[in-house]
Design a binder for this molecule. Structure first.
Ligand SMILES: C[S@@+](CC[C@H](N)C(=O)[O-])C[C@H]1O[C@@H](n2cnc3c(N)ncnc32)[C@H](O)[C@@H]1O
Length: 243
């Protein structure tokens, strides 16, 4: 596996101990889970536009295995993915978010079209799965919370977890930042952390994981209060096995 040598480029140096942001992010989402859902539902996001580009590329729902990283309250993406797959693994670091997701993603035990949904409480950076397990791996507004060096390591793992021909959909911040902290985000006292490579290096990171970039577009969205924020939306595909 090639490693970038310059400190200016995405590199692979996973920290030995959890990054200090992890506990803060977990505690904050535990505190703000309902507030975040109300806030994020109150303005337009390209989530569904991109999800709708992914859905036709997936295998039939009777044999489709999906991993969702940072599922949050499960609205609307986990709800849709649960209907469109035979197996959805929905991961989040926050127990409160997972509790909401469990409520919002109604598991159809009668077998009326929905596959198996597994909710997993974990730091996505600590996950491990067998190679070629998933038809798709997605992450909406979640990978942005990982320190950017961890994003490189995670992307490599995603490249391994995807089946040949499998798809990746996620958004990253549009501009580079080693790490930015907020003392209070959405709710007083709820600290938050984000990190990112710039657009070119994020795309390099995705390609470095063995994925072809089908789409890589910066889309600016207007949050409540008129604040404009750009995200890089990436739809990628792992190459088919040769021979
Ligand atoms: C901005 S919210 C996005 C939630 C949802 N995907 C959406 O589109 O609204 C980010 C989510 O990622 C989760 N998260 C943050 N860091 C994480 C990590 N290291 N591992 C797993 N989940 C994480 C948070 O708990 C939160 O639910």
């Amino acid at each position: 596996m090639a490693q970038a040598s310059s400190s200016q480029s995405p590199s692979e140096h996973p920290p030995q101990t959890p990054h200090p942001s992890k506990k803060i992010i977990e505690q904050s989402y535990d505190k703000i889970a309902p507030t975040y859902l109300k806030w994020t539902s109150s303005f337009s996001s390209p989530r569904l536009t991109y999800l709708n580009k992914l859905l036709p590329l997936l295998p039939p729902s009777t044999s489709c295995s999906i991993l969702e990283l940072g599922c949050g309250a499960g609205v609307p993406c986990s709800q849709i993915l649960a209907q469109r797959s035979s197996s959805l693994v929905a991961v989040d670091i926050s127990s409160a978010q997972l509790e909401l997701a469990r409520e919002n993603v109604k598991i159809d035990e009668g077998g009326g079209g929905m596959g198996v949904v597994e909710f997993v409480k974990s730091d996505m950076h600590a996950l491990s799965f067998p190679d070629e397990k998933f038809d798709a791996v997605v992450g909406f507004y979640s990978i942005i919370h990982l320190p950017r060096e961890e994003q490189v390591v995670l992307m490599k793992k995603i490249g391994e977890w995807l089946k040949p021909g499998g798809h990746f959909l996620a958004n990253f911040a549009a501009t580079g930042s080693e790490g930015s902290w907020a003392e209070s985000w959405l709710v007083e006292g709820s600290g938050m952390f984000w990190s990112s490579w710039d657009e070119g290096k994020s795309l390099e990171m995705v390609r470095g994981a063995g994925l072809e970039v089908l789409e890589g577009n910066v889309v600016v969205e207007e949050e409540v209060g008129g604040k404009e924020v750009g995200f890089l939306w990436v739809l990628g595909r792992k190459g088919e096995a040769e021979g």
